[in-house]
Design a protein around this ligand. Structure first.
Ligand code: SF4
Length: 480
């Protein structure tokens, strides 16, 4: 995923930038970077955060981050921000992106005698590509439209210029950006919880496809919003820090509603409900009220050293971390029938290990309840590290098994009222090794979020999708 943060102030921005960026640490595990501008001079610091916290790595750099404006990023992919000197002036850019046509765009740029300097995990750095696409425009607005027209996938980005920060949200708004104000200071962020303790209050959500210039004198629109939105539903289900709001809708509230909807219609007998930390907790609290049974902590996270919610990219280390950071509470579980709520099932291997731990700790029966439908399609719009390919998904593998080694009849497996759906869920249940298993429906997810379905991306559940490049090309044609 990755998270962005920026500050525009009349005073030094370093402290706010440091804490605001740090509050996005749950969105990435690889790299972090800060850039400030001070009288036309750009300062840049990038560190690897794979084995250390953002604060530990950046606290010694704070005194170098001079200036009243700055941008920061917690990146799950490439080193960033990238600093560029171009006909548009000197600027720094950081991105949350997934570019599916990297090779095609790279080739096009090279054939136009442009070059790339940064390497990222053995290839071209996607943020450098975005910087290059911006510089192909007559001005920043034109460059941003060029980014929207060119990329297939998604990208939201911040551009630090001498005059202010440009905040551009993905053409279909898959990833969010929000602006907060404290007196004459502005913060712009992926998640609005990041500036609450710094004293900023949310004044506006940037719309899908919109780009604004934020200066110490106010906010000016550079690019008008697009006429469609497809914000990622998984932000509310899993990615988002619970107190965050997207489009004014709280992640914690949505998780609570998903639990309550499940609890109201669940006919299982259980002594209590628990949440698998952290993202299953909100759902479990809602389930307890919906079902009318107590909430208890049957499994707990060892928070002193395992406080980050994301996992290492490597599957082996991910399984080990998942196992080590959760501890079952045998005094609560012994001889009891328990419901456990979780956000989703991706490969199913971690949940299988966790369920085994619960039985070993003495649980008589374990019932798993999942806040969203089975994941049938891999995400092609975000760097959702846990589901790189369709065939890694447990639901897909079960469908393949049920269909004699082929992937077919997906429409039927997506329909939660069908016989095929029931047999797929039963297969997943056997794989996880649990007494009973239930998923919320897509309707439950859309009801809990409260936005019309066509404004929310649900591709990983139902395969629906838009070709952003073509949509952007059509809508932005007049601006060419
Ligand atoms: S495919 Fe799933 S994870 Fe990816 S943007 Fe859409 S809803 Fe989010």
């Amino acid at each position: 995923m990755s998270g962005l943060f920026g500050i525009v102030s009349k005073n030094s921005c370093a402290t706010d930038l440091f804490y605001g960026t740090d509050y996005h640490s749950h969105l990435g595990t690889r790299r972090a970077g800060l850039s400030t501008i001070d009288n036309g001079v750009m300062h840049l610091n990038i560190h690897n955060i794979q084995n250390s916290y953002f604060r530990t790595k950046f606290s010694d750099d704070l005194h170098e981050m001079a200036g009243n404006m700055g941008i920061g990023v917690i990146s799950d992919t490439d080193p960033q921000p990238i600093v560029v000197n171009s006909h548009l002036g000197r600027f720094a850019v950081c991105t949350v992106s997934k570019i599916n046509n990297m090779a095609e765009l790279e080739e096009k740029c090279l054939s136009q005698r442009q070059q790339f300097t940064e390497l990222s995990m053995g290839g071209t750095n996607p943020t450098e590509l975005i910087a290059l696409l911006i510089t192909q425009g007559r001005d920043f607005a034109d460059g941003i439209r060029n980014v929207y027209r060119s990329i297939k996938g998604s990208v939201s980005f911040l551009v630090l210029t001498e005059h202010g920060i440009i905040a551009a949200r993905d053409f279909l708004g898959r990833t969010p950006l929000v602006i907060g104000r404290r007196g004459t200071d502005y913060a712009v962020a992926s998640e609005n919880h990041s500036y609450i303790n710094l004293g900023y209050q949310t004044i506006r959500y940037i719309s899908a496809g919109e780009a604004v210039m934020i200066t110490p004198n106010g906010i000016e629109q550079l690019v008008e919003p697009s006429n469609k939105m497809q914000i990622c539903s998984f932000l509310w289900i899993y990615y988002g820090y619970p107190v965050t709001q997207y489009e004014g809708i709280s992640a914690e509230e949505v998780r609570y509603k998903l639990g309550s909807a499940m609890g109201k219609h669940d006919d299982v007998d259980a002594d209590f409900v628990s949440g698998i930390p952290d993202s299953g907790v909100g759902m479990a609290l809602g389930y307890a009220i919906g079902k009318g049974i107590p909430y208890k902590r049957g499994i707990m996270k060892y928070t002193p050293t395992w406080s980050r919610s994301f996992m290492p990219v490597n599957q082996e280390s991910r399984s080990l971390v998942a196992k080590m950071k959760l501890i079952p509470c045998s005094s609560i579980l012994k001889g009891k029938e328990a419901v456990f709520c979780d956000d989703s099932i991706v490969r199913g291997t971690q949940l299988r290990d966790q369920v085994k731990m619960l039985y070993e700790a003495g649980a008589k029966k374990v019932h798993i309840r999942i806040s969203c439908p089975p994941l049938i399609h891999g995400c092609t719009y975000l760097n959702f590290s846990a589901s790189k390919t369709d065939m890694e998904l447990i639901a897909r593998r079960c469908i393949e098994e049920l269909e004699g080694g082929q992937i077919r009849n997906l429409e039927a497996y997506r329909d939660h009222t069908s016989k095929q759906y029931a047999t797929m869920v039963e297969k997943i249940r056997q794989h996880v090794g649990v007494d009973t298993l239930k998923f919320n429906s897509l309707e439950d997810v859309c009801d809990a979020i409260g936005l019309p379905k066509e404004q929310v991306c649900t591709h990983c559940f139902d395969g629906s999708s838009y070709d952003v490049g073509t949509l952007a090309e059509n809508q932005l044609k007049m601006d060419l």
